[in-house]
Design a protein around this ligand. Structure first.
Ligand SMILES: *[C@@H]1O[C@H](CO)[C@@H](O)[C@H](O)[C@H]1NC(C)=O
Ligand SMILES: *[C@@H]1O[C@H](CO)[C@@H](O)[C@H](O)[C@H]1NC(C)=O
Ligand SMILES: *[C@@H]1O[C@H](CO)[C@@H](O)[C@H](O)[C@H]1NC(C)=O
Ligand SMILES: *[C@@H]1O[C@H](CO)[C@@H](O)[C@H](O)[C@H]1NC(C)=O
Ligand SMILES: *[C@@H]1O[C@H](CO)[C@@H](O)[C@H](O)[C@H]1NC(C)=O
Ligand SMILES: *[C@@H]1O[C@H](CO)[C@@H](O)[C@H](O)[C@H]1NC(C)=O
Ligand SMILES: *[C@@H]1O[C@H](CO)[C@@H](O)[C@H](O)[C@H]1NC(C)=O
Length: 466
């Protein structure tokens, strides 16, 4: 009998999701310059519309009604495609609607192609429950003359009739809609689709052959395989207490191969007083991580939230800030160049714009370029909250995330940059809405870039044990 221990069984996860391309964004491998175009390819209703009747408006407005004060009419394109137009609107919810029945415990994936005619603004899908409650299920930043994919969904926590509505605060504009789909899934179906994807993307066949040195096969050879390492990056944040606590060190090193420091690399930690940099704590943590083969995500070079600048930075003039920021990026990125697996280069720049306000609208893109020069092999991430957590957040919806990525990566100097999508994942009670989260991941996955959940935590829930 021969025993063979595989040196390491590496499972590689790529979130690969196949989807029609989204308005302004052309899928996969990403020609960043081509992304400001409109959608040209016609897109059928997904799942042939699911439980939506007359999803593509071939039967005019049959099955659809006016919601609110506006009016609806049919639209027909030059090539004969029919769609529906909600016009004469005055309230955000004035639109078209169709009633469906939601069943408790099912997940509903939603999609539709929308345009906004006479402006630019968000269009959201809203489920108005029979209780009157409005549950939002996704949104997209739509515009004139361009069909955009609005993708999202809801989890039905009660059985209820629901009216599907389209909401836009741009009330002076018409909302155009085509190829609507609402597809229900039971939890079992959802799970089995996940398993199918896992089988397809993460499993492979391995054939072992045992032979004598002369090449003859060993009859009846047995194999035993022991997984010694997983390549699924699973980690935890780490703070300065780890430096002096051996209990904390043991606890951490036993469990995690990846880490992000909570605050210790941030500008406000390494340069509390202007000109007095102090990396003692960050260096000690880097050294601990390296000794224990723990990979480090660098967090962060800059943070676009005005509240979280070092105190002395808050009141600098633009020229002073430019100098100080150049010193900061040069210092921290050079110091750890080649030692980190990622940098959150400009944290939360969809929600905030401290640097853009003071240094001009290209500030973020310029710092990605600079970081890339200083540390060309490290993946530069955007890092945002609410993109998968909360579909009501207009600033960080997946569409705006892609647009920001596009802005950064098409900026001169950023060609060839290794970029990543960081999703913080601060889930409140009652979240995540799995159907919405899946849709957001689908949209972001169409870039082909790696997607990481970077700061996952979950709010307190009544059924929580601890
Ligand atoms: C909707 O689907 C039809 C085919 O069923 C297609 O001809 C049409 O262009 C699609 N509409 C949009 C906006 O993609
Ligand atoms: C069901 O979900 C909605 C929307 O997330 C929430 O407002 C409501 O409180 C939930 N109801 C129950 C019974 O959990
Ligand atoms: C190869 O080596 C094995 C083990 O030493 C032996 O049993 C076998 O007969 C050899 N085969 C040939 C073709 O020499
Ligand atoms: C660790 O302990 C040393 C010695 O007691 C102390 O000087 C240092 O400040 C401590 N570091 C941290 C991060 O607590
Ligand atoms: C740098 O920080 C460490 C840890 O907080 C502290 O012990 C040390 O005195 C600081 N060095 C200077 C020069 O301020
Ligand atoms: C910055 O300016 C504000 C008002 O403009 C002032 O209240 C604050 O004290 C100043 N902060 C510093 C650190 O100078
Ligand atoms: C921003 O960058 C673009 C090139 O991508 C350039 O055309 C434009 O002038 C820059 N704007 C400012 C304010 O620097």
């Amino acid at each position: 009998m021969m025993k063979m221990i595989a040196g390491g069984w590496l499972l590689v996860l790529h979130i690969s999701i196949f989807l029609p391309s989204v308005c302004r964004i052309h899928a996969v491998s990403y020609d960043y310059s081509a992304t400001t175009e409109c959608l040209i390819e016609p897109q059928r209703a997904q799942y042939e519309g699911g439980i939506i009747s007359n999803p593509d408006f071939t039967h005019g407005i049959q099955g659809w009604t006016v919601f609110g004060q506006g009016a609806v009419k049919e639209g027909i394109s030059n090539d004969g495609n029919r769609y529906i137009v909600a016009h004469s609107r005055s309230q955000p919810l004035d639109s078209i609607s169709q009633e469906v029945r939601l069943e408790k415990g099912k997940l509903y994936s939603f999609s539709a192609w929308v345009q906004i005619n006479g402006g630019r603004g968000n269009v959201a899908v809203v489920f108005k429950m029979s209780s009157g409650e409005l549950v939002r299920g996704g949104q997209v930043t739509a515009r004139n003359g361009c069909w955009c994919l609005l993708k999202g969904g809801v989890f039905a926590n009660i059985s209820s009739r629901a009216e599907i509505l389209f909401e836009s605060k741009t009330t002076e504009a018409e909302i155009w809609v085509d190829n609507v789909s609402l597809q229900p899934f039971t939890m079992e179906q959802w799970r089995s689709h996940q398993d199918e994807s896992i089988d397809k993307e993460r499993l492979g066949k391995v054939r072992f052959e045992a032979r004598y040195a002369n090449g003859t096969a060993i009859e009846g050879a047995g194999f035993s395989i022991k997984q010694t390492k997983s390549d699924f990056p699973f980690g935890c944040c780490m703070n300065y207490h780890i430096i002096n606590s051996t209990d904390y060190q043991h606890w951490f090193a036993l469990r995690f191969r990846h880490t992000t420091f909570t605050n210790e690399m941030k500008w406000y930690s390494t340069e509390k007083i202007q000109g007095q940099e102090n990396y003692t704590v960050a260096d000690a943590m880097v050294s601990f991580a390296q000794k224990n083969s723990i990979s480090i995500r660098g967090h962060n070079i800059f943070w676009d939230n005005p509240k979280y600048q070092p105190e002395w930075v808050k009141n600098l003039t633009s020229d002073e800030l430019r100098k100080a920021a150049e010193q900061r990026i040069e210092s921290v990125v050079s110091r750890y160049a080649g030692q980190l697996i990622a940098w959150d280069a400009m944290n939360e720049n969809l929600h905030f714009n401290f640097f853009e306000d003071k240094l001009g609208k290209n500030a973020t893109a310029e710092y990605y370029a600079r970081a890339y020069q200083l540390d060309p092999d490290t993946t530069m991430f955007l890092n945002e909250y609410n993109t998968i957590e909360d579909c009501r957040d207009e600033k960080a919806n997946p569409f705006n995330y892609m647009t920001k990525l596009d802005e950064i990566l098409s900026y001169p100097g950023n060609q060839g940059i290794s970029a990543g999508i960081g999703l913080q994942g601060h889930f409140g009670s009652g979240q995540p809405n799995l159907a919405y989260m899946r849709s957001s991941l689908d949209i972001l996955g169409s870039t082909g870039l790696p997607i990481w959940l970077t700061e996952v935590d979950v709010g307190k829930d009544p059924n929580q044990v601890l």
